[in-house]
Design a protein around this ligand. Structure first.
Ligand code: GLY
Length: 389
């Protein structure tokens, strides 16, 4: 069954409720500033500045608002969520900063969520348009969705592991429209991604390049990790959640085993408090920052996969997720309104290293998806949650 962290306490029902109650309090507290604006990708000294709806990360803030609405039902949250969904429709209609693959990160927790929760027609329209935008990035030569940059640019003829979270938008679009083309592209991408990003030891490549003429797999490379051959913690966490979603949507049995192995690699590279350093290269005592957001993402992946496993194995992953969440709650969560306007401290967006080609920023800060997935995991543990993905 793998590593269990026996002896480590699980988060209790009261703690889950207290954590969700505080999350709602914090979100309601900052809502006047963040209704027409969004929280930035990461905080500065614990505080998110307000930004326009331009980054790949803005959907997480709206997702937090919907999760808070689910928990406490305050109508101010519903109003703010609707204002933001309108903004997301404007963004896709006017093609504002949507020339990349992160349509799922943007439109699932904001617009699909709004449609599922309150039947928002604008949410449905925006999310379907975003799905069209996402399929427009499919590369038939190689059969994958190109992550970044102008289509066919040689330096960007690649996919990235994070994209596994963008694909549920396509399954939803097929379900909604009855058109199989979204699902077919999603399935091709999943197959290509899974076949190439998972290494022999079940660590993962962050990004993987293909030959532009033949589509043949070329090579893996990091973008945000410590070095090419290391396992960037968040990439591995996207793999954990991504494999669970890949199994949910394709039903392919081989993805269950991949989920087990990718998850085991993640878990066996955690330090004592079960929250990873920003790259799994680093272990207990390293003088490096954590990425608390990876812990929340992996917990969500395990909680999703529990639904499809036999009871004993499901209970195992539920316990492990409960232990990780206990550590996040005890050691990383914001507990008062003065420390931060976010929810979870000590996340790392992108730390400078000789191999990291991503812009550095957000080191040892809150980040917006860390806050979102913390709330999603808590919500999953508090009820039978209909997922936004
Ligand atoms: N998807 C980009 C990141 O995880 O930082």
């Amino acid at each position: 069954m793998g590593v269990t962290f026996e002896g480590y306490p699980e988060i209790s029902g009261e703690e889950i409720k207290a954590a969700l109650d505080f999350s709602c309090r914090q979100i309601l507290h900052v809502l006047p500033e963040f209704t027409d604006k969004f929280q930035h990708a990461f905080s500065t000294d614990g505080f998110y500045p307000p930004v326009e709806n331009r980054d790949w990360t803005c959907g997480f803030w709206t997702g937090e608002i919907w999760l808070a609405y689910e928990h406490c039902g305050d109508e101010r949250l519903r109003h703010a969520g609707e204002v933001q969904v309108h903004d997301f429709l404007n963004r896709i209609d006017n093609k504002i900063a949507v020339d990349h693959h992160d349509m799922g990160f943007l439109y699932s927790p904001s617009c699909v969520a709004a449609y599922k929760l309150i039947g928002s027609r604008e949410g449905r329209e925006a999310a379907l348009k975003a799905a069209d935008q996402l399929v427009s990035r499919f590369q038939p030569v190689g059969e994958f969705i190109q992550a970044w940059g102008p289509m066919n640019a040689p330096e960007n003829y690649r996919l990235i592991i994070d994209c596994l979270l963008n694909l549920p938008l396509l399954y939803w679009a097929s379900e909604e429209t009855g058109e199989g083309r979204y699902r077919e592209i999603a399935e091709k991408h999943i197959h290509t991604a899974v076949a190439n990003v998972v290494r022999e030891d079940y660590s993962t490549w962050h990004t993987f390049f293909f030959n532009r003429e033949t589509g043949a797999p070329d090579h893996g490379a990091t973008c945000q990790g410590y070095r090419d051959g290391s396992a960037w913690a968040r990439g591995q966490a996207w793999g954990v959640y991504g494999m669970a979603l890949a199994y949910k949507y394709t039903g392919r049995k081989e993805y269950i085993d991949l989920f087990r192995n990718v998850t085991e690699y993640f878990l066996t590279h955690l330090p004592k408090d079960l929250v990873p350093y920003w790259d799994l290269e680093f272990s207990e005592g390293a003088d490096e920052p954590r990425d608390s957001s990876s812990a929340g993402i992996a917990a969500c992946g395990m909680l999703e996969m529990c639904k499809y496993l036999e009871p004993e194995e499901a209970a195992h992953y539920r316990r492990v997720a409960g232990r990780i969440m206990k550590s996040l709650y005890d050691n990383y969560a914001v507990k008062d309104l003065e420390t931060s306007n976010g929810l979870v401290l000590h996340a790392t967006y992108s730390k400078r290293s000789p191999y990291n080609t991503c812009n550095p920023g957000g080191v040892d800060e809150c980040n917006i998806w860390g806050d979102y997935f913390y709330m999603e995991a808590l919500t999953r543990m508090s009820k039978d949650w209909e997922l936004y993905w």
